[in-house]
Design a protein around this ligand. Sequence first.
Ligand code: LLP
Length: 414
Amino acid sequence: MSNHFEYRDGLLYAEDIPVEELANQYGTPLYLYSRATLTRHYRVWTECLSEEDMICYSVKANSNLGVLSLLAKLGSGFDIVSGGELERVLAAGGDPARIVFSGLGKTAEDMQRALEVGVHCFNIESIPEMELLNQVALEQGQLAPVSIRVNPDVDAKTHPYISTGLKENKFGIDISQAGDIYQRAADLEGLSIVGIDCHIGSQLTELSPFLDALDRVLDLVDSLGEAGIQIEHLDLGGGLGVTYESETPPSPAELCAAIKTRMGDRPQQLIFEPGRSIAGNAGILVTEVQILKSTEAKNFAVVDAAMNDMIRPSLYGAYMNITEVNQNSNSPEKVWDVVGTVCESADFLGKDRKLKIAEGDLLVQHTAGAYSFVMSSNYNTRGRAAEVLVDGNQSHLVRERETVADLLRGEHVL
Ligand code: LLP
């Protein structure tokens, strides 16, 4: 899906502002998000669904309050996995009745709070979790709406760390046991069964795993129906991939069309939990070249962003495109490893990249709107980057750069 980070006469713009200007104003490393891109990606999803269906943006992909508030204003629902994410959505003005609460280790406190605010549904991943929710609901005198997250044993054909729908993964309940567990849920007085949930992995680039999982889910809906358990919604999770390099994932419209064909005239509401396909291409990471260092084997461009700012290349060996902010440079083109200053050989943003750069130049890592800032850390006592949301020719600082004082807060010397 397209984005609003484009070159004009060789200079990269974020919507209508030159990226260089934003880097000068806010410093680097800097995350930039595009309001127009986030809006477009959300709408691309909703356009292919019916009014009653629901997009629950997966908060974990990018949980900045600026981003969440923008999506809340557009009417988005939210998929959350922790009490912390619940509070973020509420702080951003999200509608609790459009929240699905996923995650395999909800605490009693998380459950209490989610019941109190009235979330749409709890996605349950184990029997102990189901029993705990029942107990909490009874204590609060409430009925907890539940879906069981089933594990359909389908190969998502993605990186093993982000594949979740195989038997050996920790997620969900084996679909072959789900019938019995729904029966148990039906007997628990604090629970009301509302749906079925299934999420098989992330960065999927083919339709077939989604459809294979759907077929298994629909078989289960039918057998539950025969047993007198009616399912109101199908939550098909997130997982639709984006283009980092040359991947060609299906569009949301293609995915929805294929799913609707399979659904026929079934009455269930559809819920999706997209994260990356909404936020991924809506963000970039801007970094400044600090030092150019050549050894016998390699040319290293040492930049001011590092694995603490962007861990995807180090953790998954993920390829993310890196380009110059100003492509009119006179520097000779060379092949560079773009690395940070963290004391780990795994600290790289990209390897063997052809770039024309000099010290002080700005580089940009693309498709950094999802699973990027949210996975950053303070390793090596590095403050996390600033985040800025660009809207046409306006920019909004949606998270301040962390200072050393921020990092030391809460610690005590002996
Ligand atoms: N729903 C559930 C239950 C999930 O676990 C996830 C992602 C999503 C929805 C959203 O999936 P998406 O549409 O974003 O693919 N850190 C990894 C990705 C981890 C995905 C975790 N779950 C990465 O950087 O690639």
